[in-house]
Write a protein that binds this ligand. Sequence first.
Ligand SMILES: C[S@@+](CC[C@H](N)C(=O)[O-])C[C@H]1O[C@@H](n2cnc3c(N)ncnc32)[C@H](O)[C@@H]1O
Length: 270
Amino acid sequence: MVNSKFFRECVSIMSENGIESAYFDTKCIFEDFPDTDREEILAMVQKRSGGYPLQYILGTWEFYGYKMTVNENVLIPRPETELLIENVISLCRKNNITRPVIADLCSGSGCIAIALSKKIPESEVIAVELSEKAVEVIRKNSEINDSDIKIFCSDVLKKETAEKFSGIDIIVSNPPYLTQNEMDTLQKEVTFEPVTALYGGSDGLDFYRKMIPLWKNSLKNGGYIMFEFGDNQHEEVGNILEHNDFHNITFSCDLQKIIRSVTAQKQEVL
Ligand SMILES: C[S@@+](CC[C@H](N)C(=O)[O-])C[C@H]1O[C@@H](n2cnc3c(N)ncnc32)[C@H](O)[C@@H]1O
């Protein structure tokens, strides 16, 4: 297939349009749509050449080894977000938490919630997401991965939502965290993703400021919060956690050595 003239033509079309991963992307399209006719393949190649994300063209993408349906209603799961999964698993192992109640806030495609429920089989995992269309994707992903997460279509920034939940061991979240400046200079591919999944207010920190005080009461004493955040946001996120009486605040770096996530513990009330 990769030796065919048509394959090479498709790679050339993408390359000429500035797609650096032209070979890889063409290979994915050919592999995922083996019986599709040339016209349709060509249409996909043209779409990709215009900067449309490969993941939306393919309709599925892998996250932590699990296949996730993706479409324009959800953020494309990023490899750096797998760090949250690693951190939750190792936190549970270290602290001997075998049956954690986990809430994934701003769940998007449900990738975090589903990977955690598969990797920690005794866990009870709740996914909370505002967008109804994203919730449809979470349901589908839960089904194809045979997971038993509980899905809620609710606004995590509302007190009434947080008040519905109690006794949570671990809150995990990758909320929208791009700043206004970052929104103004988005890479072409990212402009196709939902704004509501990206924009975190002028300095990108709106969700941390609002979610932490609202949701800390839903956590058990001694429970944990784990957040992903953007480049250079760690100090501010750490401060917000400290002001809300969290301690044991530790940061982790992603594979690019960018400080990317935080783990913090709610103070035990004696
Ligand atoms: C950065 S995306 C993360 C998606 C997924 N957790 C991931 O890591 O791929 C943030 C998600 O938060 C959702 N969201 C935005 N505002 C929200 C709100 N007020 N309540 C609940 N979810 C919200 C968006 O619809 C989007 O799906």
